[in-house]
Design a protein around this ligand. Structure first.
Ligand SMILES: Cc1ncc(COP(=O)(O)O)c(C=O)c1O
Length: 424
């Protein structure tokens, strides 16, 4: 039976050049898309791993190095002042993008992984001890599992895990049972990288806060597909990576509520995070500098600022509406291909289509599709516990971004016929 018949996400094909979303214009901004791979036009469907960069981001990084490059904060010369301004302006752009109350709540880090490690080290070691519990979910990326495991090894705390149902949705009634006086932190992905599930984070936060438990959201996937308002969500920590929201690699963000950051000890020591050092003691800078030891990725921050301007210019509400239609079209088209089973069919999901084909290893799917110019990801997606839950070692994953089209979905489906030819 057609997936469309019972898929609530199924929708009509959004045409390129639809009145309020000019995807062809957006595509023109991404130089990398206009190339051939193995003799075919590139179809890039690996956006959950990393997104491509629009010209304004590439230009901003280039202009920074051509005009403004210097070290920041302590310089009195013009270039240092310009570089400092560019870096701090980028912080304000991030603040507005996630609607934080204050730029001091935005800490620049390398990416979501470092943001979560920072919280585990600094907040975790101060507030979490033997016998305490940290609640995660079965669908977490390894980046939101391993730092907490390390903390548990060091402190004697324990992990508790919220299970998911067969559609890949969190079982909130199980979450409720896990919450209790021993719970010291809840860490949950806003959106799953392996399934695309959008978690009901408002409810999760309200439930946790009823027990006075802070919540960390791993926003690595969500931030390029959904409008994020940290004040409305009332999350305590929000982590994301620049490279998944059309910005450079090596730059990311930890948002944390100001009072939490003020009370947290530094994560790393070094230059820029101090106000005074003697051999007897050190006084630290205020937040966010207290958490930014050493020379930061200044060009990365500038590029991230440009990426957020770009995404904001298109508008996340419009991006979300368009991407939902592409995803629905893809679920329908891929789901009907012979032998295909979709993994992850949550009612609320975005831009990720995970699937397996009976009798074909996902790596073979990935390799054959690459021979047709189609880039997808095959593997465990750094979510091995979730793969175990679904009884598969790996899936093939097509993930969509701001510039993908239904024509590209058609190319994917056509390329999938080659798999059938080879494997029968
Ligand atoms: C849900 C999720 N969390 C965390 C990460 C880690 O991001 P990064 O490797 O950029 O630190 C990823 C990356 O794929 C992810 O998808």
């Amino acid at each position: 039976m057609s997936q469309r018949a019972n898929d609530p996400m199924a929708a009509a094909r959004p045409e390129s050049g639809a009145p309020d979303y000019d995807v062809e214009r957006i595509r023109r901004d991404f130089p990398i898309l206009h190339q051939e791979v193995r003799g075919h036009p590139l179809v890039y469907l690996d956006n959950a791993a990393t997104t491509q960069k629009p010209s304004p981001v590439i230009d901003a990084v280039k202009a920074y190095y051509e005009r403004d490059n210097a070290n920041i904060h302590r310089g009195v010369h013009t270039l240092s002042e310009r570089a400092t301004r560019a870096y701090e302006d980028a912080r304000v752009k991030v603040q507005h993008f996630v609607n934080a109350a204050d730029p001091g709540e935005i800490v620049f880090v390398r990416g979501a992984t470092e943001a979560i490690n920072l919280v585990a080290h600094s907040y975790g070691r101060t507030h979490i001890g033997a016998g305490d519990e940290i609640i995660l979910t079965q669908m977490e990326h390894h980046s939101n599992i391993v730092p907490w495991q390390l903390l548990c090894e060091q402190t004697g705390a324990r992990l508790k895990v919220v299970p998911v149902n067969d559609a890949g949705e969190l079982l909130l009634e199980e979450f409720e049972k896990l919450l209790g006086p021993r719970t010291k932190l809840v860490a949950v992905s806003h959106m799953s990288n392996a399934l695309g599930t959008i978690n009901p984070v408002e409810r999760i936060i309200a439930m946790a806060h009823a027990f006075h438990v802070p919540v960390l959201l791993d926003g690595a996937q969500a931030v390029s597909h959904l409008e994020v308002d940290v004040q409305r969500l009332d999350c305590d920590f929000y982590a994301f990576s620049g490279h998944k929201v059309y910005g450079p690699t090596g730059i990311g963000v930890l948002y944390a509520k100001r009072d939490l950051l003020d009370a947290m000890p530094p994560y790393q020591g070094g230059g820029d995070m101090i106000s005074r050092v003697t051999f007897d003691e050190t006084a630290y800078s205020k937040v966010p500098q207290k958490f930014e030891a050493g020379t930061p990725n200044i060009a990365g921050a500038v590029g991230l600022g440009a990426a957020l301007d770009y995404v904001g210019g298109v508008g996340l509400a419009r991006i979300q509406a368009y991407e939902q239609k592409v995803l629905a079209y893809a679920c329908d088209a891929v789901g009907q291909a012979p032998g295909v089973r979709l993994v992850g069919t949550a009612g609320q999901r975005a831009s990720v289509l995970s699937f397996v084909i009976e009798g074909v290893h996902p790596h073979d799917i990935g390799t054959i599709l690459d021979s047709e110019g189609v880039a997808i990801r095959a593997g465990h997606h750094c979510a091995m516990p979730l793969m175990d839950r679904f009884g598969v070692p790996a899936t093939a994953r097509a993930s969509f971004g701001i510039y993908n089209t239904c024509d590209e979905v058609d190319t994917l489906v056509k390329a999938m016929h080659k798999i059938k030819e080879i494997f029968g």
